[in-house]
Design a protein around this ligand. Structure first.
Ligand code: G1P
Ligand code: ZN
Length: 544
């Protein structure tokens, strides 16, 4: 086995986005494309020689091939040990857990999260640091800079590793340990939640649940935890076998893409509880019988009830939410007398707050919820948290949420996505808005008086770093908000996201359809930003 040094030329488009480098599979399959990016990572991580690296992905097309390449490059670059999930499978939260538990220097996670997979679908590479969380911007920038000048990479000339058999082999001087994908993660869940109580709840009464893994990475985790450890009936987990193209589906747990689950949960004789997760297992959608829990509300409910759960019995240090997430969690934090942090979109901004002990729970409107147990959002963790709360309260999902609104008021909330819009048009829309911001304050628009209008900028309270241009916010005097931003995870054209929020204190008005409750603001957003005219789209692609 010899180390080969391969000459290469830089690709100029390897800038990591919201969540690592995401491109379509054929882009990654170009000669040297993946190798250049991986070498740029190894060149940017100081002192990786002799260290442990965690490696795995969501099982999508190109996962296995990429893992073989990365293993040989890790060996050529002098890593001491690589822990790789069996079959190349590691969910994003499991990878985070394993990095932390085994004191790895970091991990490489292969996923394009909720984007479709298959030969023409998307693929992605993300580097996580030793705390288990996504690399901070300083580091992703360093990787990008390196990728622009790289002229060679190192790879071991060796045969492929058997990824399906658990055990240890060596590649050059590197130990490659193929580990069970689920064990460490399941143990962590058991340390946080009252598994006995959840088990009784799932097996002794009439409670029925349905978990849709959307043929993505959560399948093996959910089957092991719900059906084997917690004894839920076989069939509780649906679409539980990970497929390279997710069965042709779009592995995103929302009302549009998880339509089979939605049909069951809103049909006759629906189960009591439904949940879904995304391609790489970090997102979650929570449903009750004929009832949808908005992710922002979900974070608020978990925070308000956290002390019912063993892992959070001592209370929360603080809550963090991304800027576009509704302000429902802020109300819980105010009542608990703890801080609520508002960060830019993307999980990487939560890491410092969690590491510094400033926040315990965090979440995003985009179906992401998590805590200080790992440094990623965590789909199954959220499902178990809900089950634990329901088991203690012996109430339905709808009852728990409605009681929450009665106490705190309801933040009506919705996100409208315009996907695959022409990038120039989307940029024009944002630029037009930006140029109008300074004149908006104090103006009355459609009956709403503008309290502030800005392009969100965040100063990290731990390291002082500043992230600017994180989304345009127009806030009104009654607390309502409209937020506009462009997606940082798409791979084709641009995706415009419009976020809408209105607060309603009176419980007598809590039963409206959010699209009706927000109708004025939806219209106002179109007037202010000329969305329909500039995107050429009569309506959003996805409404959540
Ligand atoms: C989207 C979500 C964001 C999430 C990210 C990764 O990013 O909006 O909250 O952290 O996916 O799952 P966006 O496409 O909006 O940049
Ligand atoms: Zn994801």
């Amino acid at each position: 086995m010899t180390v080969q040094t391969v000459r290469t030329q830089p690709f100029l488009d390897q800038k990591p986005g919201t969540s690592g480098l995401r491109k379509q599979v054929p882009t990654f399959q170009q000669p040297h494309y993946l190798e250049n990016f991986i070498q740029s990572i190894f060149d940017s991580v100081e002192g990786c020689q002799g260290q442990t690296l965690v490696l795995g992905g969501d099982g999508r097309y190109y996962n296995r091939a990429a893992i073989q390449i990365i293993l040989k490059m890790a060996a050529a670059n002098g890593l001491g040990r690589v822990l790789v999930g069996q079959g190349g499978i590691l969910s994003t939260p499991a990878a985070s857990c394993i990095i932390r538990k085994h004191q790895a220097i970091g991990g490489i996670i292969l996923s394009a999260s909720h984007n479709p997979g298959g030969p023409d679908g998307d693929f992605g590479v993300k580097y996580n640091t030793g705390n288990g969380g996504p690399a901070p911007e300083k580091m992703t920038n360093a990787i990008f800079e390196r990728s622009k000048v790289i002229d060679q990479y190192k790879i071991l000339d060796a045969s492929d590793v058997n990824l399906d058999r658990i055990g240890t082999t060596t590649l050059g001087g590197t130990r490659v340990e193929v580990i069970d994908s689920v064990t460490d993660y399941a143990a962590l869940m058991e340390s946080l939640f009252d598994f006995d109580q959840i088990q009784q709840f799932l097996t002794r009464g009439k409670f029925r649940m349905c978990m849709d893994a959307l043929h993505a990475v959560t399948g093996p985790y959910a089957t092991a935890i719900f059906e084997r450890r917690l004894n839920a009936p076989a069939g509780t987990v649906q679409n539980g076998v990970p497929l390279e193209d997710f069965g042709g589906g779009h592995p995103d747990p929302n009302l549009v893409y998880a339509k089979d689950l939605v049909k069951v949960m809103f049909g006759d004789n629906a189960p009591d509880f439904g949940a879904a997760s995304d391609g790489d297992g970090d997102r979650n959608m929570i449903l009750g019988r004929n009832f949808f829990v908005t992710p922002s509300d979900s974070l608020a409910v978990l925070a308000a009830n956290a002390t019912l759960v063993p892992g959070y019995r001592n209370g929360l240090a603080g809550i963090a939410r991304s800027m576009p997430t509704s302000q429902a969690p802020d109300r819980v934090a105010a009542k608990l007398g703890i801080d609520c942090y508002e960060t830019p979109t993307g999980w990487k901004f939560f890491g410092n707050l969690l590491d510094a002990g400033k926040a315990t729970l965090c979440g995003e409107e985009s179906f992401g919820t998590g805590s200080n147990h790992v440094r990623e959002k965590d789909g199954l963790w959220a499902v178990l948290f809900w089950l634990n709360i329901l088991a203690v309260k012996q109430q339905s999902v709808e009852d728990v949420v409605k009681a929450h609104w009665a106490t705190y008021g309801r933040n009506y909330y919705s996100r409208h996505d315009y996907e695959g819009v022409d990038a120039d048009r989307a940029n024009t829309l944002m630029e037009n808005l930006r140029s109008r911001l300074s004149g908006l304050q104090g103006q009355t628009l459609g009956g709403y008086t503008v309290a502030y209008a800005d392009d969100f900028s965040y100063t990290d309270p731990v390291d002082g770093s500043i992230s600017s241009k994180q989304g345009i916010r127009i806030g009104f005097e009654d607390g309502s908000r409209i937020v506009f931003r462009l997606s940082g995870t798409g791979t084709q054209g641009a995706t415009l996201r419009l976020y809408l929020e209105r607060y309603e204190a009176n419980p007598a008005n809590h039963d409206q359809d959010p699209q009706v409750a927000l109708a004025d603001l939806i219209q106002l957003a179109d007037e202010v930003a000329q969305i329909r005219e500039l995107t050429g789209r009569p309506a959003p692609t996805v409404i959540t």
